[in-house]
Design a protein around this ligand. Structure first.
Ligand code: ATP
Length: 896
């Protein structure tokens, strides 16, 4: 018999499980061994060896190896071995960079791995989806992706979208009854839920019947979701740039070789020098260093509790000009406490702290017993009944398991001495219409001890009024006239002005044993009982974060389902709603087209009482106005807006799987301030990439030019091939990487966002590369010529001087690159990685100059101390020339 044909008893028997206790942990371990991981098999990854050998597939490296082999055969054995050694070291460097990038991307994947709510040893808890085994009892609700194939044992308004398996995008209504259709297809198995399908409504519980490759999804191998593109626009642009640079470097190399041969140098020497120059000058390491810089930046973001799911978002973050943020939980703490209750013209206050269920009720300052005041008692009872939250203890602190709004209602009822057990003796819940942000309410059908049925609805008060036809006033049911409605509205506004979140409670007796079929039928003609108002304090760090964003040219917009007045009060407190900015409610928003919204969207900073669907309209209007938009969200209905936004941000704690999958950034702490931190990091990563592009390219220009100038001036070769390769290794390696780890400049959040179309060489970077490259080339040439003219018989000495000057000029330049302005704009030794990288590079260079066994290999000779004056002077010259012009322009500015 198949699972969909079995009844509950049969399932329990076959799977040897227990619906109330779940499996025991010991049993889980046993079954994990037996069934393996609950994961779909992935394609093979390239092995470490393959990654290593891939480093050699570059065309110029192959030419160099070929040329070296020939020179080895011609007798230049030492040269050949040294060159090969350097190429191998270079390959190792590339290998480690690539592995590091790969590993950090894997770690990211691990962090965003799906989780499942599972019942084990009688307790519900979250585990990684891959650890689920057959027989496990799992729970899911709207927005979740189902973690394994399950037979449903509970389904409340459960609808699941199964297009991943069936291609059918209309959600299927699920139930727990046995199936009558013989041999049903997947789409017809209404009492089953399948791995990878999506809960679009309601909630359910199921027992796992298949995991991993045994699931329906596992059997359709071709349907595995294709991997997201991980390449960023900048990486693509650099790749294109790389191709241009290769051509330019090759042309220049050919020029150097051509001129050299014409000037009488022998062809073989020039060929090897040319190939070495090409290998050194082509920035083949650039893409790998960019990936490393991106992934290291991404790791820093993780430390700040932001997970980047799609690498391109790192760059887009730096361009963000608007952040649209949910209120509850993101701008506020989502720690709700009921402080006020209202019914029939009476207001009560409640004291107590947080979720501790201890507090008293007062009316006009006098303590009251809530159980003696009928409307208040009803308000509290129904608030607890229509409620899924649980109060639990974590680290000896009371916390809420479930929705904090419901948690607040639970705690206020507990303060009156009500308990769940007490209520379950009196009432049985026979049906439920779960909460959704669209309706802004939820309802239950309750049966009391006498078998009488009634509806309890709780939800946004202004919405609930519209669904009520009478009101409980002074213990009597009265028609909800216009006048009455206005009184209630006044009470709602009064609570909202205190920045309280309000929830209304209403009810309706049902005649006879009526079974309610639709929520529409249930949620009409209600009797309004009253309100509870709860505080949800703003997160303390948000005010400062909003200010920093404003300084950085980024506007913060609050988008909330909450009441307009509550939203206004909190937005004002946080500095989001300021003089000149406007608020708009969902009803107004519904009446506007995207084009009409565009006209006003720049002024609006608070959108209240909106539905998730409205978010898409807001994103579109902002984007049409040229903004780069970050949009937060957590529910299923938020997904389209998250996807459409330039940076979709999902909540790590409260977010559903769907919202997370649609997002490019996940906030582990659901905190607005984390978005700001991620933007800062995004800007910094981009600047760091610009820093080492500037550094590497200027170095390469310098290397080519010194060779070209020497050939044009009919001088001997200023550098021998192995020296060129060594310079490349020493400068391209550690110092460039260390620039990628640099901290942001102070002004990184004090200037406007970067334009998304801005090129790599914008803001004067191209000029900086060429001018600095030119100066480095000239300075090296002067040092070479000076040494050569002093002693024309000792070419090796002059070449060693040129070698030292070139390296030193680059190692000084690297400090320059830390700032857009000049080496003196910030403490040059502020980046300790860079300081160590430069020290180790210096040791490597001094080693080949002074360590006798290395001298013959690198064709170097010891430099006498006084010539270091020449070397240091020449290599520092470019920096001082440019720093001088910076200081001069600064003092001119100060004088003005
Ligand atoms: P944000 O979009 O900033 O997170 P929000 O959490 O207030 O705001 P929704 O969750 O859509 O947005 O809630 C909208 C309204 O619905 C709330 O103002 C409240 O009155 C009501 N509400 C919220 N949670 C519940 C619930 N569990 N049951 C009934 N009504 C609720």
């Amino acid at each position: 018999m198949k699972f969909h044909e079995m009844n509950e008893r049969e399932i329990v028997e076959v799977l040897d499980t227990d619906f109330t206790e779940g499996l025991a942990e010991r049993e889980v371990i046993k079954r994990q061994k037996q069934h393996g991981l609950n994961a779909l098999e992935e394609g093979e990854k390239p092995s470490a060896l393959l990654i290593f050998f891939n480093q050699f597939k570059d065309f110029m490296v192959l030419v160099l190896l070929g040329a070296t082999l020939i020179s080895g055969l011609l007798g230049e054995v030492v040269d050949a071995i040294a060159i090969i050694a350097i190429v191998v070291i270079n390959a190792f460097l590339g290998f480690f960079q690539e592995r590091k990038a790969e590993r950090s991307l894997d770690a990211l994947k691990e962090l965003s791995a799906p989780q499942v709510m599972v019942l084990r040893d009688g307790k519900w808890g979250k585990v990684l989806s891959k650890d689920v085994v057959p027989g496990d009892i799992i729970k899911f609700s709207s927005g979740d992706r189902i973690g394994a194939d399950v037979r449903l044992i509970e389904a409340k308004s459960l609808e699941i979208e199964e297009s991943a398996l069936t291609g059918e995008s209309v959600p299927v209504q699920k139930h727990t009854d046995g199936l009558r259709t013989p041999n049903p297809g997947i789409g017809d198995m209404e009492n089953m839920a399948f791995m990878g399908t999506l809960v679009t409504r309601g909630n359910g519980v199921g027992v796992v019947v298949a995991t991993g490759m045994k699931t329906a999804m596992g059997q359709i191998a071709g349907l595995l979701q294709s991997a997201e593109t991980m390449e960023t626009p900048l990486q693509r642009r650099l790749e294109q740039l790389g191709k241009i640079l290769i051509t330019v470097a090759l042309l220049l190399t050919v020029l150097v070789v051509g001129v050299g041969v014409l000037q009488g140098h022998d062809l073989y020497t020039m060929f090897l020098a040319g190939v070495s120059l090409a290998v050194a000058a082509i920035p083949e390491g650039l893409p790998a260093i960019v990936t490393v810089a991106l992934s290291l930046g991404v790791q820093r973001m993780i430390k700040q509790k932001a997970i980047v799911r799609k690498l391109p978002a790192v760059e887009t973050l730096g361009c963000a000009s608007v952040i649209c943020s949910d209120k509850t939980g993101t701008l506020t703490q989502n720690k709700m406490t009921v402080t006020h209750a209202w019914s029939g013209g009476n207001t009560w206050t409640v004291d107590g702290v947080g979720y501790n269920p201890v507090g008293e009720f007062y009316s006009e300052g006098n303590q009251v017993n809530p159980n003696r005041v009928k409307p208040l008692q009803q308000l509290l009872t129904f608030g607890m009944l229509c409620n899924h939250a649980n109060l639990i203890e974590k680290n000896s602190e009371k916390v809420i398991d479930g929705d904090p709004t419901e948690g607040a209602l639970l705690v206020s009822a507990m303060k009156a001495g009500l308990t769940r057990e007490g209520l379950s003796n009196q009432f049985e819940i026979v049906n439920e219409f779960p909460f959704d942000s669209q309706r802004k309410m939820m309802s239950i059908v309750v049966k009391d001890k006498n078998g009488r049925q009634f509806i309890v609805t709780k939800g946004a008060p202004d919405v609930l009024i519209g669904h009520s036809q009478s009101i409980l006033w002074e213990d009597k049911q009265q028609p909800l006239t216009k006048e009455m409605s206005q009184k209630v509205q006044g009470a709602i506004d009064g609570l909202a002005e205190k920045a309280l979140r309000t929830i209304a409670i209403a009810y309706k007796p049902l005649p006879g044993n009526n079974i309610i079929l639709s929520e529409k039928e249930a949620e009409k003609d209600l009797t309004f009982i009253g309100l509870q108002g709860m505080i949800d304090p703003p997160r303390p760090e948000v005010k400062q974060a909003v200010k920093e964003c404003r300084d950085a040219g980024i506007k913060t917009v609050m988008i909330t389902g909450d009441h307009l007045i509550t939203a206004k009060a909190i937005a004002t407190e946080l500095g989001i709603l300021t003089r000149g900015s406007k608020v708009m409610d969902g009803a107004t928003l519904s009446g506007l087209t995207v084009e009409e919204l565009e006209d006003v969207v720049d002024e609006v900073t608070v959108f209240a009482r909106v539905s998730p669907e409205h978010k898409l309209k807001i994103v579109k209007a902002l984007q049409n106005k040229g903004h780069i938009v970050a949009m937060t969200g957590d529910g299923v209905n938020d997904a389209p807006a998250i996807k459409a936004a330039d940076i979709g941000v999902a909540m790590g704690i409260t977010g559903t799987d769907v919202a997370k999958e649609a997002s490019s950034l996940v906030l582990l702490d659901d905190n607005f301030a984390t978005i700001k931190a991620a933007i800062k990091e995004g800007r910094n990563i981009y600047e760091n990439i610009r820093k080492f592009v500037r550094y590497l390219l200027a170095s390469n220009v310098g290397e080519i030019l010194v060779m070209l100038f020497a050939m044009l001036l009919a001088l001997p070769l200023p550098l021998v091939p192995i020296q060129i390769l060594w310079v490349n290794l020493v400068t391209d390696g550690l110092p460039a990487m260390a620039l990628g780890l640099d901290r942001p400049e102070d002004n990184v959040m004090k200037r406007g966002p970067r334009h998304p179309k801005e090129g790599v060489f914008a803001r004067g970077l191209g000029w900086k590369v060429i001018s600095r490259g030119f100066l480095i080339g000239i300075a090296t040439l002067i040092a070479f010529m000076t040494a050569y003219h002093k002693n024309p018989d000792d070419l090796a000495y002059a070449q060693t001087v040129a070698f030292a000057t070139l390296v030193l000029a680059q190692l000084i330049h690297v400090f320059d690159c830390r700032s857009e302005k000049s080496i003196f704009a910030r403490n040059p030794f502020g980046n300790k990685y860079l300081v160590w990288a430069v020290i180790s590079s210096l040791v490597m260079v001094l080693g080949v100059i002074y360590y006798p066994p290395l001298q013959p290999i690198f064709h170097t000779v010891s430099i006498v101390p006084k010539d270091w004056l020449l070397i240091i002077g020449m290599s520092a010259l470019p920096t001082f020339l440019l720093a001088g012009s910076f200081l001069a322009s600064k003092s001119k500015k100060n004088m003005i």
